[in-house]
Design a protein around this ligand. Structure first.
Ligand code: ATR
Length: 279
């Protein structure tokens, strides 16, 4: 719950490097206006060397909560005094919250944000489906357990570096049916849902996988977002995919989860998502 600050406005923000491009101040600003909450939300561009000093100072000064983005999510997990189960599983934290006893709680709302977007906003079924995740980095770690909890028939993690995918899959083996492999070993038949969690979109490229994974009923989702389709989504549509979705909904839904943790209020994400997509 909010602890308050000397000027009566509860302080929040996002820590990243770089972070100038972040839409989080805009999103949380709309959530605050919508719910009538008195809060400020600022950008903190912090290098890895300064992360602990800046975040410690923020909370010592009465700050209530922080979002954490690339490259600080693992450092935030180490910084938090306690972790939610989902943050522990992901070994990455995107939300820090000051607790009444002065301790700092670390949570990871990325997976819940994706699941909300898939199931509630887009109506994409996961239960009983064959789901393929591309990439085995931090973004993947955040979404594997929440996806497995939806009961897919199988969840495959395929990565350019095969061993990394196998290690990530092994660490979630007790949660559900998950296996890791390299791009060359992906089962060559259409999958129901293909999620791009690689960093390729950020560099303007796409994971080099076989088009055999795309069929007339395959839905593709890129965790990245922007004003245009990513190379992966363009490629998927060219290969005949039934649908292609950018990660705008995941972005807004993970923010709503953070807002709920901080303020105890669940914002209405629909109007915020509409504004962002139209901008
Ligand atoms: P993040 O936190 O965004 O997941 P990360 O932990 O650095 O970042 O992981 C980046 C992921 O994107 C990795 O799975 C990486 O593959 P490798 O493990 O083989 O490096 C993947 N990746 C990055 N650029 C890629 C590209 N051009 N094609 C395919 N995969 C790519």
């Amino acid at each position: 719950m909010p602890s308050g600050s000397p000027d009566g406005i509860d302080q929040y923000g996002i820590v990243g490097h770089p972070v100038a491009h972040s839409r989080s101040p805009f999103i949380h600003g709309l959530f605050a206006r919508q719910s009538g909450e008195r809060m400020a939300y600022r950008l903190f561009d912090v290098s890895p060397d300064d992360f602990v000093t800046v975040v410690t100072g923020f909370f010592a000064g009465g700050g209530c909560g922080l979002n954490v983005t690339v490259p600080h999510k693992p450092a935030a997990a180490a910084f938090a005094h306690t972790l939610t189960a989902r943050a522990e599983q992901a070994r990455a934290v995107n939300t820090l919250a000051a607790q009444p006893d002065g301790s700092i709680l670390g949570d990871n709302t990325d997976g819940a944000g994706l699941v909300q977007d898939l199931t509630r906003n887009l109506g994409i079924p996961v239960a009983g489906r064959r789901v393929l995740i591309l990439g085995a980095g931090g973004a993947t770690r955040g979404i594997v357990a929440p996806l497995l909890e939806l009961g897919p028939e199988v969840l495959a993690i395929a990565n350019r570096t095969a061993d990394r995918a196998r290690v990530v899959a092994a660490s979630f083996a007790d949660v559900g049916p998950v296996a890791g492999c390299g791009f060359a070993q992906i089962e060559e038949r259409p999958w129901d849902l293909v999620l791009n969690a690689t960093a390729a979109s950020l560099g303007g490229s796409r994971p080099e996988i076989t088009p055999a994974v795309i069929g007339a009923n395959t839905i593709c989702y890129d965790l990245a977002y922007g004003q245009e389709l990513t190379p992966f989504l363009r490629w998927a549509l060219d290969a005949g995919a039934a649908g292609a979705h950018l990660g705008w909904g995941m972005l807004v839904e993970q923010a709503a989860e953070s807002f709920h943790l901080w303020r105890g209020i669940r914002p209405d994400t629909k109007p915020v998502l509409e504004v962002l997509k139209a901008a």
